[in-house]
Design a protein around this ligand. Structure first.
Ligand code: SF4
Ligand code: SF4
Length: 381
């Protein structure tokens, strides 16, 4: 794909090399659940789903922008992305066939769901179209049902496990995203055993952010960084003791892969590519990933204007500078090649701007150190 840009007063044609990954909020904030730590419930409810015109522009732009990449990723998100219904995704697949004209690019559709709406029909669709499924499950019922509940207050654990059972029965691979809260953070062993005993071997732990959308106050659900660090260090020990090659835990696996390769792994967390992950709202507006939960500041424009216009917007360029600037002090760090400054969200820059330091920095340094010691002990580095 080429585009024109003004250089020294002349319009010059350039070849685009900037690929992005859309994280698509196809249903806005709509969800069949009301998890207590989800900031969407602090906002006015929006029931606007993405219309077909926006969907088509998005799919077309995503293939064009990633023309030099062998893989094109779409991440379907919400609210709850299954609320939009099967016809929407049938259209997605149809449009992907239309715009992946060379058919040389591999299309990857990732879908992050709360798992409660999965039925046999969804499973047929996922299988036929090779969707990669992520299920939100916060551990055993005493932790999961504490915050992940329906609007009338009933916990969702049993329904999520039912969804998992249907996926398994139909041989659909899936991963788990488990949010660590102010309560579960004190029980790494219970969490770890729950997942292993249930043969849930692909797990991603993430820290509950739990901020007030308007003033940035940390809410009670968010574990503090030291507590989260202790949790991950214990998970690392348990993972090593378990010695099960099937068991993949993010970010522990990524840390070991990075140390062995001497550079960052595949997770966006350690890639310093925050400018490549674009939140796309139902109306086509595109935001930086960090905009989730902190307001509307980093909006690059609308996908209907074309991705090149967005990439050349002043907001996008300001965002790239900000991301680079935040990591200046990281350049001297021993771990920079594998950490790349971590996740921009963890700088909590909107609310603690004088700090300009990743709040999980010490946590990561402890993890890198521990993982390196283990690799030395095993004679692997
Ligand atoms: S802000 Fe964090 S979650 Fe978003 S792309 Fe960057 S590293 Fe990934
Ligand atoms: S460990 Fe801390 S200082 Fe080092 S690169 Fe990561 S965030 Fe930056």
């Amino acid at each position: 794909m080429s585009f024109f840009i003004k250089e020294k007063g002349n319009m010059v044609e350039k070849e685009s090399t900037f690929g992005f990954v859309p994280i698509i909020k196809c249903v806005g904030f709509e969800c069949n659940m009301k998890c207590e730590y989800c900031f969407y419930h602090q906002l006015e409810e929006s029931h606007q789903s993405m219309n077909l015109e926006v969907l088509e522009a998005l799919i077309k732009e995503t293939y064009q922008a990633n023309i030099h990449s062998p893989m094109v990723n779409f991440i379907w998100h919400g609210g709850e992305p299954l609320v939009v219904g099967k016809k929407f995704y049938q259209k997605v697949v149809e449009l992907q066939k239309k715009y992946n004209q060379s058919q040389k690019q591999v299309t990857i559709n990732g879908l992050q769901t709360n798992g409660t709406l999965i039925d046999e029909e969804w499973v047929k669709f996922f299988k036929a179209n090779e969707f990669q499924i992520g299920i939100s499950l916060d551990g055993p019922p005493e932790y999961h049902d504490l915050y992940r509940r329906y609007p009338k207050g009933r916990g969702s654990f049993k329904d999520v496990m039912k969804g998992i059972k249907i996926l398994r029965k139909n041989d659909i691979p899936f991963g788990i995203v488990s949010v660590i809260t102010d309560v579960s953070v004190y029980s790494p062993e219970r969490m770890f055993r729950f997942f292993v005993e249930n043969e849930l071997y692909d797990i991603k732990f993430s820290r509950a952010l739990g901020r007030d959308y308007y003033d940035g106050r940390l809410l009670k659900f968010a574990p503090n960084p030291d507590e989260y660090g202790n949790f991950l260090l214990q998970i690392l020990e348990l993972w090593l003791e378990e010695d099960n090659p099937q068991l993949k835990i993010t970010p522990i696996n990524e840390i070991f892969i990075s140390l062995l390769r001497g550079e960052c792994g595949l997770e966006c967390l350690f890639s310093n590519k925050c400018d490549r992950f674009w939140i796309v709202n139902p109306d086509g507006s595109v935001h930086a990933c960090i905009s989730e939960g902190i307001g509307e500041k980093w909006c690059f424009g609308n996908i209907n204007a074309g991705s090149e216009t967005l990439i050349h917007s002043s907001v996008f360029q300001e965002f790239q500078e900000m991301v680079t600037d935040l990591r200046k002090s990281c350049l001297k760090c021993k771990w920079y090649n594998i950490c790349k400054g971590g996740c921009t969200i963890d700088y909590e820059l909107e609310f603690f701007s004088q700090e300009k330091r990743n709040v999980l920095c010490k946590t990561f340094q402890r993890l890198f150190q521990k993982a390196e010691e283990k690799l030395i002990q095993y004679g692997l580095v």
